[in-house]
Design a binder for this molecule. Structure first.
Ligand SMILES: Nc1ncnc2c1ncn2[C@@H]1O[C@H](COP(=O)(O)OP(=O)(O)OP(=O)(O)O)[C@@H](O)[C@H]1O
Length: 397
């Protein structure tokens, strides 16, 4: 099957300051107008490469997770593919219709209603008459905004904008679908609806997906692409891409803080059917898992993220306390997360905790992990992400 997206030797540069950016843009325009050749493809003073020699080929049915730390060039790459930015060198070939969701506002005009924005979007896609009507009503149904669909977009919450943007980009069944981070917004039921929709589309499209949420990437992607300072340093299986990303994340925080993330800040017991399980033990398929977490040394409202990994260290599931509206009591000491049944294929697994600051920006702690093995005959058990029930106060509460 031939590729839907082919990127060949792509380079994109930016200017570090607005003044030189405006100066170079006007020079390049003038050069083009006077037919004295294309814009400069070399770096000039205060310019830097945001993307360096990117080569990708993506086929129908592939979901590519684009991983990289802040500023690595992920959004720039997606914007070039979506045609919103022009690359300085290289070539992008796309086949078929392209759907993209690059930012929450998704290019909507704030003073226009959701319906009018969607209508304009449909017309820009070349739809008219019955086809346009059908498009608008499909977006309306999927977005589920009720009467807000006829209110100006400026009154929408970020989750509502995300709903409208996602619906407008995905009801068309694009051949290439590009999603940048936006699925982190919106309530859980809508996010689940979005994952289902992306999975459905992915069977017949090529999908590029950017997210800092390892759980989301692990669930949705089969291939991973790791960008560092604008260069691809890994392109291959998603589990390996995630491991590289996580290793680099550890290195980065270590460098920044001058010491390893403090594992002492957080500790936990794994409870199986209500009793503490020492590391390395075997549990039966379906046993109820819970974590009894000592949060006494954590700042109030810290984000507690639990990761379930398989033997290859790939993240199978993640639970984040920030996804539910936990209100931290004064002097919180214990937090229990009920994770549900271990409906997992027989084999080794581990659970660990990562703690983020309340704003989710800084990493505060990485716990030791607790290893366990699942026994049973459910060789084909497919892990299904469930919601955790988080409560303060210890296991008996
Ligand atoms: N319009 C711009 N002008 C100048 N520099 C820019 C511009 N847009 C992005 N950059 C810079 O280019 C680099 C790549 O940015 P980009 O937004 O693509 O990174 P990213 O990997 O998406 O980051 P994040 O995960 O933080 O969203 C960064 O150093 C960023 O500061």
């Amino acid at each position: 099957m031939s590729a839907l997206l082919e990127i060949d030797g792509l380079w994109k540069k930016y200017s570090r300051d607005l003044k030189s950016s405006v100066k170079y843009a006007s020079k390049d325009l003038l050069r083009g107008a006077l037919s004295r050749g294309a814009a400069s493809t070399e770096l000039r003073d205060s310019e830097f490469w945001a993307l360096r020699d990117i080569n990708v080929s993506l086929r129908r049915g592939e979901v590519l997770g684009v991983l990289g730390h802040n500023g690595a060039g992920k959004s720039t790459l997606l914007k070039c593919i979506a045609g919103k930015l022009v690359a300085d060198r290289g070539k992008i070939s796309r086949k078929g219709e392209i759907g993209f969701l690059l930012e929450m506002s998704a290019g909507f005009v704030p003073s226009m209603t959701g319906r009018d924005n969607v209508s304009v979007r449909g017309q820009l896609m070349g739809k008219s008459g019955k086809e346009l009507k059908h498009y608008i009503s499909a977006v309306q149904d999927f977005a589920g905004l009720n009467e807000f669909f006829d209110s100006p977009v400026q009154f929408y919450s970020s989750g509502m904008k995300s709903r409208l943007g996602f619906a407008a980009s995905t009801v068309i069944e694009p051949d290439i679908l590009i999603i940048d981070e936006v699925l982190a917004v919106g309530d859980l039921s809508f996010r689940l609806q979005c994952y289902e929709r992306v999975n459905e589309l992915a069977r017949n499209a090529a999908v590029l997906f950017v997210s800092h949420s390892i759980g989301q990437v692990a669930r949705m992607c089969d291939r991973g692409f790791f960008l560092e300072k604008g260069r691809v340093i890994f392109d291959g299986g998603i589990q390996q891409a995630i491991s590289i990303y996580q290793d680099k994340l550890g290195d980065q925080s270590e460098k920044k803080r001058g010491h390893v993330l403090n594992p002492e800040l957080v500790s936990f017991d794994l409870l199986i059917d209500g009793s503490v399980l020492p590391s390395g033990q075997t549990i039966p398929y379906g046993a109820q898992m819970a974590l009894d977490i000592d949060v006494s040394r954590l700042p109030a409202n810290a984000q507690v993220c639990v990761f379930l990994r398989d033997s290859s260290q790939g993240v199978l599931m993640d639970w984040n306390s920030a996804r539910c509206n936990l209100s931290w009591p004064d002097a919180a000491s214990r937090l229990v997360a009920q994770l549900g049944g271990a409906e997992l294929a027989p084999g080794p697994y581990s659970l660990s905790i990562q703690v983020m600051s309340p704003d989710g920006v800084s990493h505060l702690s990485l716990s030791e992990s607790v290893a366990f093995r699942v026994s049973g005959e459910y060789l084909n058990a497919v892990p299904v992400q469930k919601l955790a029930d988080w409560r303060f106060g210890g296991p008996q509460v």
